[in-house]
Ligand binder design. Structure first.
Ligand SMILES: Nc1ncnc2c1ncn2[C@@H]1O[C@H](COP(=O)(O)OP(=O)(O)OP(=O)(O)O)[C@@H](O)[C@H]1O
Ligand SMILES: [Mg+2]
Length: 236
């Protein structure tokens, strides 16, 4: 589904050039559930931003279903992302002047979905994430964990073919975190390819492959297909 070839990302700082991603080569197959781990500052969010097609200040090649994203104009890349990718951001990135309901509805506006069906999908998501009572509130009126749930609802509502989730359960109670991971597993079984960033071993166990980053370098890439059915999770 995705091929990254020699992806490099750096920032110009007062001290000179600072590298955050180094020669990343990564192939992601359709239907995989990948976990990215590594210490703070290792480049995990930076890599996710590249995958999300949000960042364009990198070098290298990015192939999305045989399309050369690295050669696309910003608008074309944005269209590709909107149609195919759902992102749960580490710091939520909800739109402050839209209500909970409007935030969740946003990705559906990029797709050609009849109004009635769209309203039904939003109602289902509000219900599933226990946000019905909060639907007309603005993000600033929610707790951190509630904002995180809205961010997750928004990322999954349009059933993206690729779901990118950056510490999606960092602000949730462990039982809620488990529910979210079960939801991800269910989406994965239905065909959604998932890349999650987490510090949690319990969350990592839901994936079938773990990639470790250190100082911008991919230092390991381990398949653990025995976890694919969630068996490891059940046995905990
Ligand atoms: N705008 C920026 N300017 C300069 N350096 C930056 C900028 N954004 C990120 N970095 C640097 O990139 C490196 C990687 O950051 P990144 O956010 O990808 O880390 P991370 O692995 O997601 O960490 P965490 O686990 O804390 O979320 C860090 O050293 C950070 O200082
Ligand atoms: Mg991060």
């Amino acid at each position: 589904m995705i091929q990254l070839k020699n992806i490099e990302r750096s920032y110009k700082t007062a001290a000179g050039q600072s590298w955050v991603l180094r020669r990343i080569n990564l192939e992601i197959e359709q239907g995989e559930f990948i976990t990215i781990m590594g210490p703070s500052g290792a480049g995990k969010s930076s890599l996710l931003n590249v995958l999300a097609l949000l960042d364009d200040a990198w070098q290298g090649e990015y192939w999305f279903r045989e399309e050369a994203a690295h050669q696309m104009k910003r608008k074309q890349r944005g269209e590709l992302a909107k149609k195919n990718i759902g992102v749960v951001f580490q710091s939520y990135h909800l739109l402050d002047d839209l209500t909970v309901r409007e935030n969740i509805d946003l990705p559906l506006s990029y797709k050609d979905i009849p109004n009635k069906q769209r309203q039904g999908m939003v109602a289902d998501a509000l219900d599933r994430f226990q946000m019905v009572a909060k639907k007309d509130l603005f993000p600033s009126q929610l707790s951190g964990g509630q904002q995180q749930l809205v961010g997750i609802a928004r990322a999954v509502i349009h059933k993206p073919s690729l779901l990118l989730a950056d510490e999606p359960t960092g602000n949730l109670h462990s039982s809620q975190a488990k529910e979210i991971m079960e939801l991800f597993l269910e989406l994965n079984k239905q065909g959604t390819t998932i890349v999650q960033v987490t510090h949690s071993e319990a969350n990592a166990a839901y994936g079938s492959r773990t990639i470790q980053l250190r100082d911008g370098w991919m230092v390991s890439d381990t398949a653990h297909p025995e976890f694919v059915s969630g068996a490891a999770v059940v046995n905990q």
